[in-house]
Design a protein around this ligand. Structure first.
Ligand SMILES: Cc1cc2nc3c(=O)[nH]c(=O)nc-3n(C[C@H](O)[C@H](O)[C@H](O)COP(=O)(O)OP(=O)(O)OC[C@H]3O[C@@H](n4cnc5c(N)ncnc54)[C@H](O)[C@@H]3O)c2cc1C
Length: 287
């Protein structure tokens, strides 16, 4: 196996152009496990860890641009106020060691339907900044997932950053696993309320071949939520929202859970996250 190490972004793009068969390596928490378990042996590894610019985040026009090398630990420590949904999801990833190495870019590269960053990225309408020697492509998150563990990156492209809008209302993430920590999601759900524009974002994880939004549920809630937050949360609206989220999923039976359990759990998580979001507003949350 060849080991390529890029020290600058330009060099990384050039190396990927010359060796499209090279597997990018960021935190290595997916790549190295696959190699150690002999599940796959790439012809070449392209180590991106020396590229320091990837470890930076910045804010432009109410959007956080998260470099591909920013770890979950830093998202939790540095961005929880602006990106609460993504920070909540980050807190559930693996263990401290995994969060110290693992990145959202790596989660996107792996494109597992169970990846924890996907629901909040979908709910907030994130965009993936992909680049090659041919130029930059801004890929809306909904177009990024193309199949089980497949994504829209071309063979010569790398993820440079992820653009996530700063919160415009309450955001919540919920994950069900077979235990509370160090666990792959049986299913997961992300909710983002945009209070100013009275729109709703959702993201479903681990309950379809790719992470996906629940479009009907979003429209229903946007039209039926009492955006003044002055009355009690309507249980009829909550129940219907849960049903529509569950209906948007297409889960399978597998070792982690049955189809029926996932459908049931999604409705529960949708109701639960809506309840939390509502409570945040009632308690005077400034979002
Ligand atoms: C013990 C353990 C527990 C885990 N728990 C969780 C969990 O709870 N939730 C969860 O979602 N995941 C979990 N994971 C999986 C993993 O930690 C995450 O998917 C993580 O986000 C991967 O990030 P990374 O930087 O380590 O990626 P890497 O392993 O470096 O890369 C992952 C994939 O992304 C590609 N890639 C990396 N960077 C780029 C780039 N810049 N451009 C293009 N492609 C790129 C790689 O080629 C590879 O295909 C766990 C893993 C382990 C070992």
């Amino acid at each position: 196996m060849d080991f390529l190490r890029a020290t600058t972004w330009t060099e990384a793009l050039r190396m990927k152009a010359d060796r499209p068969d090279a597997t990018p390596l960021q935190g290595g928490t997916d790549v190295m496990v696959e190699i150690n378990l002999d599940k796959g042996r790439p012809k070449a590894l392209l180590d991106l860890t020396p590229v320091t610019e990837l470890t930076e985040w910045s804010i432009h026009d109410d959007t956080v641009r998260i470099g591909a090398g920013v770890t979950y630990t830093r998202i939790i420590a540095e961005l929880a106020d602006r990106l609460p949904g993504l920070a909540q999801a980050s807190r559930t990833v693996g263990s401290p060691q995994i969060r110290n190495r693992g990145t959202v870019a790596g989660n996107l590269g792996a494109a597992s339907p169970a990846g924890d960053s996907h629901p909040p990225l979908l709910a907030t309408g994130a965009t993936v900044e992909a680049e090659s020697v041919d130029g930059t492509r801004m890929i809306p998150i909904g177009d990024f997932y193309t199949g089980v563990k497949r994504n829209a990156l071309a063979a010569n492209e790398l993820i440079r950053a992820i653009h996530v809008p700063v919160k415009t209302g309450p955001q919540y993430f919920s994950k069900i696993g077979t235990r509370n920590a160090m666990v792959i999601a049986v299913c997961s759900f992300g909710l983002a309320l945009n209070v100013a524009e009275r729109t709703v974002g959702t993201g479903i994880g681990s309950a379809a071949p790719t992470p996906r939004r629940a479009f009907e549920a979003e429209t229903f809630l946007a039209e039926n939520l009492d955006w003044s937050f002055e009355n009690e949360l309507d249980p009829v609206v909550t129940k219907r929202f849960g049903e529509l989220v569950a209906a948007a999923a297409a889960p399978i039976d597998d070792v982690r859970g049955s189809r029926d359990y996932r459908v049931h759990a999604l409705a529960v998580m949708a109701r639960r996250t809506l309840g939390w979001a509502w409570q945040e507003r009632v308690n005077g949350g400034n979002s």
